[in-house]
Design a protein around this ligand. Structure first.
Ligand code: GLC
Length: 429
């Protein structure tokens, strides 16, 4: 591990800011130089959260540029291509320009990612309400966020009970999670020789070929909602995706008075998600539901704790979840929380992307959830351990949960941005 004992909070903050400045293209922040050279919707939401206090103007520009890529259906694409930087799968694969719903003059992917943007806008409002541009920005972006949520309600409620289904592992934000193994294994074997040399720690078998196959099938349907409902072979109700949606509905309800909107609709959506999370995904813990196989996927991941983001979760449910989170199945056994997969699961791998390592973003979400439920010790532990990770290993993409060594790429934007937020919170909670 790279030991950097001399990095105090002030130096850490400067380093984090330097990473974000280097990754700023003038219109958006790329997740990491080289590996991810475009704008990712989930990453941009985290970056906006991290910049909310220090640079709200850039946080607003980040989100405004993301919404330039929004489709007429309301879908916010997971990648917006602002440049010609080389990336696979890039615009020639997605061919968004052939789809009438896609924005004019800007190439995007055809998938979405967890809808964290409303929470990010609320974070900005909460921390920068005094900023003269803050109100105008909320009013501008509120209808776009509503359209994003309406898209999930209308096009993605494939199970019919109020949850949004992801139709590709890339939509989860936890790409290689072992939770997607059973539905991926059920797909036909395909060989595109999709291989990226710079991804040695990713899943070794042919799942990546299946990722491409799934994306091409959806594309070739013309990104059709009817195709998703009737034919698409990958449809999963994921607890983390839906918990983020719920938290974003609550954020929209709080922003409604600022935007001059009626909060009732988003509160009803939140209530439906809340009910369905329990009715459809709870079995002593939250698990993802495979809609095509008609069953829960019995792998506990960090996403199993996502529903803690619900501010109205009953206290006994909160206690049950936190009990598992703090047990030796998860953070009770590792020095650096929170492992992305239960450590006793056969699929757990401390070194492989989303199959074991700890991530700054999921730590941040769980810390936010803990603070929401006044679990101050848990919130403090998550904050302190996350800062220890980046202080020791730098702004890596993810980290070995046992020894804290860095994994994946360096200079990763959301690790830097959320560090800024954690540092700001330790002086200004
Ligand atoms: C990977 C992650 C995803 C992230 C993207 C860009 O695909 O799984 O969550 O948005 O990289 O950083």
């Amino acid at each position: 591990m790279e030991a950097r004992p001399g990095v105090d909070d002030a130096a850490l903050g400067r380093e984090a800011q330097a990473v974000l400045d280097a990754n700023w293209t003038g219109s958006a922040t790329v997740p990491a130089p080289g590996l991810y050279p475009h704008q990712w919707s989930l990453d941009s939401a985290y970056v906006a959260i991290g910049l909310a206090r220090g640079n709200p103007e850039r946080a607003r520009a980040e989100l405004a540029n993301l919404f330039r890529g929004q489709w007429r259906t309301g879908m916010v694409p997971h990648i917006v291509f602002h440049s010609t930087a080389n990336y696979f799968p890039g615009p020639p694969v997605w061919r968004s320009h052939e789809c009438a719903d896609a924005p004019n003059g800007l190439a995007t992917s055809g998938l979405t990612q967890p809808p964290l943007q409303a929470l990010a806008v609320w974070w900005l409002w909460r921390h920068a309400a005094a900023d003269p541009q803050a109100r105008a920005f909320v009013r501008h972006v509120y209808p776009l966020l509503l359209a994003q949520h309406r898209y999930l309600e209308t096009a993605r409620d494939l199970g019919g009970d109020g949850l949004a289904a992801i139709v590709h592992p890339w939509e989860s934000g936890m790409d290689d999670s072992p939770a997607w193994d059973p539905p991926l294994d059920a797909l036909p074997t395909v060989r595109y020789a999709y291989h990226r040399e710079e991804l040695p720690d990713r899943h070794p078998d042919n799942h990546h070929d299946r990722y491409v196959w799934l994306a091409l099938r959806y594309r070739d349907s013309g990104y059709s909602a009817a195709y998703l409902r009737q034919e698409h072979p990958f449809a999963i109700e994921d607890p983390l995706f839906n918990a983020i949606w719920l938290a974003s509905c609550e954020a929209l309800a709080e922003l409604a008075p600022v935007a001059g909107a009626d909060p009732r609709g988003v509160l009803e959506t939140a209530e439906r998600i809340r009910w369905a999370l329990t009715a459809r995904l709870w079995d002593g813990l939250f698990y993802a539901r495979d809609l095509r196989a008609g069953r829960l996927i019995p792998v506990a991941t960090v996403g199993s704790f996502g529903p803690l983001l619900d501010p109205r979760m009953p206290v006994d449910r909160v206690a049950a979840l936190v009990g598992v989170l703090e047990s030796v199945r998860f953070m009770g056994a590792t020095g650096y929380p929170v492992p992305s997969c239960e450590i006793r699961a056969a699929e757990f791998d401390r070194a492989r992307y989303w199959r074991g390592p700890s991530w700054v973003n999921t730590n941040w979400l769980l810390r936010h959830a803990a603070a929401t439920h006044q679990l101050t010790d848990l919130a403090h532990a998550l904050e302190a351990c996350t800062l220890r990770l980046v202080r020791q290993a730098g702004f890596r993409e993810c980290f070995d949960p046992f020894d804290g060594s860095g994994r994946g790429c360096r200079d990763f934007s959301w690790s830097a941005a959320l560090t800024l937020d954690l540092l700001a919170d330790s002086v200004d909670p």
